[in-house]
Design a protein around this ligand. Structure first.
Ligand code: NAD
Length: 359
């Protein structure tokens, strides 16, 4: 079980250290190697994703990633910015399926901006296609318009594009994930307006015929954005394209009220994956020892489940996280009256203590 550890910038190093501590508590043998990525790699080697880091990631079974980015890199050319490292890893590893679970822990029900009854027991999974759509479609650029509303003026354009196999494979991922859950898939598109979306819908229906035990419905993205805050528990698995998924997965993550709690996984066709918290590098709190490490620890659990096939160990970590919440441990982002506020390291220690007590 070879893991490439890429802590990155800001709180990345602090939270990844806690996840590693947790992994090392399990009775499993890992081969872990650490490398620089993002702004830290740019400062050391002049590139956010150096060749050696990419090689390490490619050769590993899984990548445990912290976060990248800092305001001090905002002036760099786009291709040298820390965030480009994530796009480079996705592209080079062929990571096309992004899993973003949004789970509301009963202990944190008060942290959401929605009413408790709307989110108590919430457990949804957003699956976002990651390598196609308007983010990568060609042609793109700027030109002087020859038609449209303002011919003769400068315009910018991007191309929304999906290939048949791209939609097919993400649909299979969604139906297979639903089989392990409540067996419901909601496919989100904008088929009333976009040809790409109609194509998406046709193919998802085609694939669904191989999964007759799973219920499929379709929803326009504007309605899905509304339903996610109106009645989020109606969803089980949501599958959608890159652009809509980008927005909806962030919306869904905030339902739980705590960005510091939400893990994510990005997988390729051979289940090699990149695992990272849903949040960024939080430069505002970096170095203060107060970041919540639980999203990264839960990402490590997803890594054990999906790429390393260690379901029992994954569940042990998830149970341990629930237990520390029940015991009242809270980092500042999820703190409420009557609970016990701790820093990053103490939260990691609390998870380790529960794991040790389990065995
Ligand atoms: P952010 O997610 O880093 O922070 C948003 C807010 O949430 C901040 O107030 C931060 O303190 C808080 N927060 C985030 N994670 C937390 C944690 N674990 N514990 C407690 N509080 C936490 O988003 P941002 O401020 O918009 O971006 C900061 C930098 O991160 C930018 O450079 C951005 O490009 C980058 N970013 C990177 C990724 C990634 O690496 N995948 C994702 C998003 C943003």
């Amino acid at each position: 079980m070879k893991i490439a550890v890429l802590p990155g910038d800001g709180i990345g190093t602090e939270i990844v250290a806690e996840a590693i501590k947790v992994l090392n508590t399990l009775d499993l043998k890992f081969e872990m190697e650490t490398a620089l990525v993002g702004g830290a790699a740019y400062e050391a080697y002049g590139h956010p994703l150096p060749e050696a880091t990419l090689k390490l990631a490619k050769e590993a079974d899984a990548v445990l990633f912290g976060a990248v980015g800092d305001w001090k890199f905002d002036q760099l050319d786009r291709h040298l910015r820390p965030e480009q490292a994530i796009l480079g890893l996705r592209k080079n590893l062929g990571l096309f399926a992004n899993f973003r679970p949004a789970i509301c822990y009963p202990q944190l029900v008060g942290a959401s901006s929605l009413k408790p009854e709307l989110i108590a027991g919430l457990d949804i999974l957003i699956i976002r296609e990651l390598t196609g759509d308007i983010y990568f479609g060609q042609p793109r650029g700027r030109r002087v318009a020859s038609d449209g509303n303002f011919p003769g003026t400068e315009e910018a354009f991007d191309t929304m594009r999906y290939a048949h196999p791209e939609i097919e494979r993400i649909a299979h991922v969604a139906f297979q994930a639903a089989r392990k859950r409540a067996k419901r898939v909601t496919s989100v598109d904008k088929a009333n307006v976009l040809e790409t979306s109609q194509f998406w819908r046709d193919i998802v229906i085609e694939v669904s015929q191989q999964y007759t035990d799973v219920t499929l419905d379709h929803m326009y993205v504007d309605n899905a954005a509304m339903q996610l805050v109106r009645a989020p528990k109606k969803f089980d698995v949501v599958v959608t394209g890159n652009l809509f998924g980008d927005i909806l997965s962030d919306e869904a993550s905030m339902l739980t009220g705590s960005i510091g709690m939400l893990p994510s996984a990005s997988l390729n066709a051979t289940n090699q994956g990149l695992y990272e918290p849903s949040h960024g590098s939080a430069p505002d709190i970096a170095g203060k020892g107060i970041a919540n490490p639980l999203a990264t620890i839960l990402s490590a659990a997803m890594m054990l489940r999906f790429s390393l096939k260690q379901e029992v160990a994954a569940e042990r970590i998830e149970v341990a996280v629930k237990t520390v919440l029940t015991q009242g441990y809270r980092t500042a982002d999820i703190f409420s009256e009557g609970t016990h506020q701790v820093g990053t390291v103490a939260m990691g220690d609390a998870v380790v203590a529960v794991l040790k007590a389990q065995s």
